[in-house]
Design a protein around this ligand. Structure first.
Ligand code: IMP
Ligand code: MG
Length: 369
């Protein structure tokens, strides 16, 4: 992923794919033109890289020239095309091939046709490396098209976002969702995970997704997914990961413009962690970090026993039950610790201290992501 100005872009078309597309264009055009000496006209600025690579590959003699037009402002094609440098040579009787980096709405192409209207060229043909069929609003014929792409903003290989990105040898596509901070939060029983989740949610404007709450909500409201989950639970079976993922997907979609999410209670297994990665990837996003509160077992046992004295929770009153829960926790998280460590996304945070101190340590991790 790369960032240009305020926007994030993801890898979209590799340098190799571009190279292959240019090979094909060269092949098609040189076959059609035979021994004719064409004039290739690159449309600046965007097509400088294409023009250079294209003519280097062109197997026969040819001429190269440029015209310079400007239309795009930021992410949008603007109404009026400025003619910055027009034709500087007489092209009467010549075979002219326009080399465009990209054809989007076709407004620039319309201007090219206006420029050539009074030129007595022999033939005028249009070649473009990239073409966005869904955006194209004109009916000029496109004689040679390298790669058709969806109607999303791209940068690289000559194309810019407010002047940045032209130098990149490959092409990147704008990310649908901009940068999010997505945390997987862990903590053994008694570590204060709930308190800290509340705080993180406030400070970073994140949406807290507790799998337990999501299940209860879906079942209580008898959503299709809730009923499906319940049908497994009623039989005493585990709810398949896909059902849980579908529920989480619904939560993520409900909060599409969130700054990010705190996942709590999920994933629990390697397979679930992979499924969550895929879910975030489908949203053009990713898990930023797994944060685990670390508290010494003895401290946890004492905290929980103390809580048990006042809370009346049976599982907080019995020391062996408490120790079991802690052991269970470490067994489960070990797998995930390995999974996220392998991606350099595991962060253990010392969970002993005052609430503010722990909060401070968590913020330090998040601010560094
Ligand atoms: P059109 O006039 O709408 O067809 O747009 C053509 C011109 O807009 C191109 O020559 C580019 O300079 C620019 N453009 C169109 N789409 C993109 C894009 O996705 N990224 C960067 N520039 C673009
Ligand atoms: Mg252009």
């Amino acid at each position: 992923m790369i960032k240009l100005h305020d926007k994030y872009f993801k890898p979209f078309i590799s340098a190799e794919q571009i190279d292959m597309a240019i090979d094909t264009l060269v092949e098609e055009i040189s076959t059609d033109l035979g021994d004719e000496v064409p004039v290739f006209v690159g449309i600046l600025n965007g097509s400088f890289m294409l023009t250079s690579d294209f003519v280097k590959k062109y197997p026969k003699p040819c001429e190269v020239t440029f015209i310079k037009l400007a239309s795009y402002e930021g992410l949008k094609s603007s109404e009026d095309i400025q003619r910055l440098i027009g034709l500087t040579q007489d092209l009467t009787g010549r075979t002219v091939i326009i080399l465009e980096d990209i054809i989007d709405t076709g407004k620039t192409l319309a201007e090219v046709h206006r420029i050539f209207k009074n030129e007595k060229v022999k033939t005028l043909k249009i070649a473009t490396l990239f073409y966005k069929p869904e955006a194209y609003k004109k009916d000029f014929k496109l004689h040679y098209v390298g790669i058709e792409i969806p109607n999303k903003f791209i940068v690289g290989y000559g194309l810019d976002y407010d002047n940045l990105g032209r130098d990149l040898p490959e092409v990147y596509q704008i990310k649908e969702t901009q940068h999010m901070t997505n945390l997987v939060l862990f903590g053994p029983p008694g570590a204060g995970k709930g308190t800290q989740a509340e705080f993180l949610k406030e400070k970073y404007h994140l949406v807290h997704i507790s799998t337990g709450d999501v299940f209860r909500y879906n079942i209580k409201n008898e959503t299709a997914l809730g009923m499906l989950a319940k049908s497994y639970m009623d039989k005493g079976d585990l709810v398949p990961d896909q059902v849980t993922i579908d529920m989480l997907n619904a939560e993520v979609e409900k909060n599409a413009d969130a700054n990010g999410f705190i996942f709590d209670g999920f994933p629990r297994t390697d397979a679930q962690a992979k499924a969550l990665d895929e879910l975030m990837d489908s949203k053009d996003s990713a898990i930023s970090a797994m944060i685990a509160l670390e508290v010494d077992d003895e401290v946890l046992v004492q905290r929980l026993l103390k809580r048990g004295e006042t809370s009346g929770r049976a599982d907080d009153a019995d020391e062996s039950i408490i120790r079991n829960r802690i052991t269970e926790y470490y067994k489960k998280t070990a797998i995930l610790k390995d999974y996220y460590s392998a991606q350099d996304k595991y962060f253990g945070v010392d969970g002993v201290g005052s609430i503010e101190e722990i909060t401070e340590r968590l913020s330090a991790v998040i601010d560094n992501l």
